[in-house]
Structures are given as C-alpha cells and as structure tokens.
Design a binder for this molecule. Sequence first.
Ligand code: FES
Ligand SMILES: [Fe+2]
Length: 420
Amino acid sequence: MAQSAQVSLEELVARHTPGTSLEQPFYTDPAIFERELDTIVRSQWLFVEHVSSLPGKGDYVLYDIAGESIIVVRGRDGEIRAFFNVCRHRGSRICLAPRGNVRTLTCPYHAWVFDLEGKLIHAARMADDFDPGDWPLHACRVRIWEGMIFINLADADDEIADFDQIEAAFERYAKSYRLADTKIIHQATYPTDANWKLAVENFRECYHCAPAHPEYTMVNAYVNDGEREPEKRAALVSDWVEEWEAKGVAARDLRQWGDVMDLAQPYGVFRQPIREGSWTLSQDGQPVAPLMGDLKDWDKGETLLIVGPLFYIYLANDHAALFRFTPVTEKHSEVVVTWLVRADAREGRDYDTDKVIWMWDVTTIEDTKIINDNQLGVNSRRYTPGRYSEREYGTRSFIAWYIARMGGKTVIPTRPNVGP
Ligand code: FES
Ligand SMILES: [Fe+2]
C-alpha cells in the first residue's frame, strides 16, 4: 500500500515497462480501481446473461457492476429492456432479489410502481401538479447479439464501444452455431479473491496450463505440442485451416487485437483443432452433445471469441461456455461460467451435464486458486513487476491496451497480430 500513497496514477502509467506485469498499486489500490471503472468498464458492452434465462414476461435478472445495479427484464411485449435499479422517488433499490418474475417493478420503500417498460404508473398521494410521465426509470443501453444480452453503462455523451464492428467481425464465426437457439444447462459462479486484471491476465495466457491444468492440457493438444514441436503443430493447424476454409467454414483466426488497441473494446477470434481423435472439449474427446445450430459437420476445432477484457465465448462443435468477469473491489472479482447446448437437446438422451461442463469447471476451479495465490504474492512488499514470457503474448497485449486506456493514449501495440 505504501507504493500507492506516494505515486500518482499518471506517473505509474508513464513509467510502466512494456512486457512486464503491472506495479503493485494497480492490483491493490481502491482509487485506481475506481478510475478503471470510469475509464474502462463504463464504456464497455458488458455481457449479463443468455436470453434463455428470461423466457417469460416479467422475468428479470440483476447485474451489479461498476457501482451500479442493473435490472434486465422481459416486458409484456416480449422485449428485453434494462433499467438502473434506482427508484425515481428517493432513490431506493427497487429489485432486491438477484432474479425473479414480477408483474411490475414496485419499489419496496414507498411503493411507487413502474411498469416493465419503466413507466411510473402509480405514486400515492402526490400533489396535483405531479406528472408520473416525468418520472420513468432511467433506461440502460441494452443490446442482444445471438441470444446474449449486453448492457452499456455509459452516459449519453460518453465514449461508447462500437458493437456493430464486433458483430460484423464475429458473424462468420458464430452464425452457424446459432447461440440464440441454445439453452443453459449449467451456470457456476467462481468468487475470486483477486483484482480483476489478475483474473484476466491468467485467462489470456496458457503458459500456466501445463503446470496448473492437467485436465485442460490433456484435452488441448496445443499446450504441449505447441511447446515441444511448434513446427509440427503449426503445420497441422495450417492444414486444418485450409481444409475447413475450403469447405466454407471459418477456421482462420481473426487476429485483430493489435489492430484494435485504440478501441474502447478490443475483440478477436481464435480457432484451432483440439487434438487428433478428439471431437470436442471432453474428457475422452468424444461428443458430449448434438452438433450446435446449423453445423453440418464436426470440424473438431475450438473457437475463442473475445469481447473486450471481461467476456469470452468458448465454442466447441457441440457446446459453448461463456465466461463473464466482473470486477467487484480492488481485491475481489467474480467469474461466472455459463454452459449452453442446443435448445432441443434433452438431458440424459442427448447430453449429460457433468460431461459437458467437466473441462471448464475443473479448469476454472484451478484458475481461481492460482489467481488468489497470485494476489497474495502481489500484496507483498517484495513484489515487483515481472517479465512476460513469449507464451504470454495475450496477457502482454491486454496490459499494453490497459496502460494505453488508463493513460488516455490511443495506440501502443507491443506487437501486432497477437493471439489469445
Ligand atoms: S424511494 Fe422508491 S418509492 Fe420512495
Ligand atoms: Fe487457467
């Protein structure tokens, strides 16, 4: 803590050495955490939930992030809307339970009643000159892409990330998986006692996979083969890319992280074959659910779609895993993983939930432990920033982007076209 008291954020940003982890205050200082919420989190499109968890009129879910509580609710007209969970009377929270079904949004304090479109429809004993039409709930921007609900907390005149660009770039990769026509088979929360950047830094590299993730390493050939026989692995991947691109399947990476360093919300897509003889990301490599969406064939590959630093979609041919990272405090984060299979698949007949979730569940439990231990070490007076290895290029580019954003600069790529 001593470090943060003496040095300004501007100075910390200016003296950051590219290619190293951050100085201690970035991981421990509540004032820097607050600045990050303003500079980074409030301009991002933030994933909340999959639409299938709000099937009925009046179904709602809350998402608490960046000091706000947002109500995402399906209206009487079937539309999904988002509102700040702040009563227009004297500001009380309106919805208290994290999810539920409501006919109206009724404040528990003095019982002002808002409809599901946010309109104030009842306020008792107000003066004659009071017009309820002047007091709707504050709407929050909401966007639904392939069944995934995103919100954006930015004010009207704030910079806002361009989701159209992301959507256009992802279409080729995601469309045939028809993520809107899926259902949630499992959702797990992994509370993490660490700064959100330590969680993201960990997620963006696989330098730690061999030592920390025996299961993930067994499933994903690239972890060891990429290390032991990089040329052989590169040739195998490029043959696979050629084969599937020729069949009209998007198999080539969208290596745009370097190109989008100046954006409020960077994005990218990475594809690769899983392992010879493996059909999906399962313990024995065998399929664990029916083919997703309109897929005609098993390309036996995996896809990572990156939507800014806080949301990642991992696709296998037969299931998807959605990773939502939420900064909670400077030393606490929350990771929520949601598993999807096609909507018409039936448990027991078409899939077994335990088999679908196995790899990412065991891997995320392991990640939580290593991230927590990372924070404990970073808290030490002896911690100083360390150098990233060549295999931590994704982490390095995330930190370069972070420093650029926090410094108000536009572009500082450490190297163009870097992977996950
Ligand atoms: S604060 Fe909501 S009704 Fe008074
Ligand atoms: Fe990991």
